[in-house]
Write a protein that binds this ligand. Structure first.
Ligand SMILES: Nc1ncnc2c1ncn2[C@@H]1O[C@H](COP(=O)(O)OP(=O)(O)OP(=O)(O)O)[C@@H](O)[C@H]1O
Length: 262
């Protein structure tokens, strides 16, 4: 699905991504984790093709990302970013319908029964009660559900997410990740998500890539990546790592440094 070969990207003379290579298979749920400023969002922008690499090659489904016309790539690649919704007076339903744009002809007709799909998504994400509300009147959690509805309407094969749970309370965080996980499992969706919350990342991702100073310093299953040693090496703070009592995945507890030795 995704093949990166020797990607390098610099802004001015500051190297942000340094010789990154990896492959991602269809159906994987990848978490990009790592400290602030390590290059995670930049890497996501290289994957979606909105920014060009300086060196190296990004291939999606066997073809260089920049060789795809934008409308064609939008039929199978969707990006969910923070605060990416337009706010100029659109309703919830209108925003979700925008996801169908890549499938419409010049008359605005949808080639694939898009209306029924939008109805199902509105129901699945419990958006019917607010379908006529302008999105600038919604809460942060509701807006994030609407943004998810729009990318679901796109029916992508590849979903790129940048911090999908920021600003959400714990119930909405779990709900959001559950929706995405269910979609990934049922439809064989490939997901690449930038996540700061290492506990959510370990719960939902099949594979984690730790980004540090523009390089992938570790790549593997959550139980291989979430270790006190690696986290200390990369973040400079050493957590306690425990096994989740029901799922068995590693979970971290932070240790305030001022309490050490008390
Ligand atoms: N358009 C840009 N112009 C100049 N520098 C940039 C640009 N985009 C990113 N950078 C720099 O590249 C580095 C990596 O940024 P990036 O946003 O990819 O990191 P990140 O790991 O996603 O960070 P965070 O976790 O804080 O969101 C940072 O030093 C940032 O300032």
């Amino acid at each position: 699905m995704i093949k990166l070969s020797h990607i390098t990207k610099a802004y001015d003379s500051h190297v942000v991504l340094n010789d990154i290579s990896f492959n991602i298979q269809q159906g994987e749920f990848i978490g990009l984790i790592g400290p602030n400023g390590s290059g995670k969002s930049t890497l996501l922008r290289m994957l979606s093709g909105v920014e060009r690499v300086d060196q190296g090659v990004v291939e999606l489904r066997g073809k260089r990302v920049h060789e795809y016309p934008r409308k064609e790539i939008a039929r199978w690649l969707a990006v969910l970013e923070q605060e990416a919704l337009p706010s100029l007076g659109f309703t919830t339903r209108e925003i979700v319908e925008m996801g169908r744009y890549p499938f419409q002809n010049w008359l605005g007709d949808d080639s694939n029964n898009g209306h029924q799909l939008v109805d199902r998504i509105m129901e699945h994400l419990q958006l019917q009660d607010i379908e006529d509300r302008k999105i600038d009147t919604l809460s942060g959690g509701q807006r994030q559900r609407v943004a998810l509805g729009r990318v679901m309407a796109q029916e992508p094969l590849l979903l790129l997410l940048d911090e999908p749970t920021t600003y959400l309370d714990i119930a909405y965080q779990i709900q959001m990740m559950d929706y995405i996980h269910q979609w990934q499992v049922e439809c064989g969706l490939t997901v690449v998500a930038v996540l700061h919350d290492l506990n959510l990342a370990a719960q939902y991702c099949t594979r984690l890539m730790m980004v540090s100073k523009g390089q992938i310093v570790a790549d593997g299953k959550p139980e291989e990546i979430i270790s006190p040693e690696l986290i200390k090496q990369v973040y400079g703070t050493e957590p306690i790592v425990l096994k989740h009592p029901t799922s068995g995945v590693p979970q971290i507890l932070l240790q305030p440094t001022g309490l050490n030795g008390m």
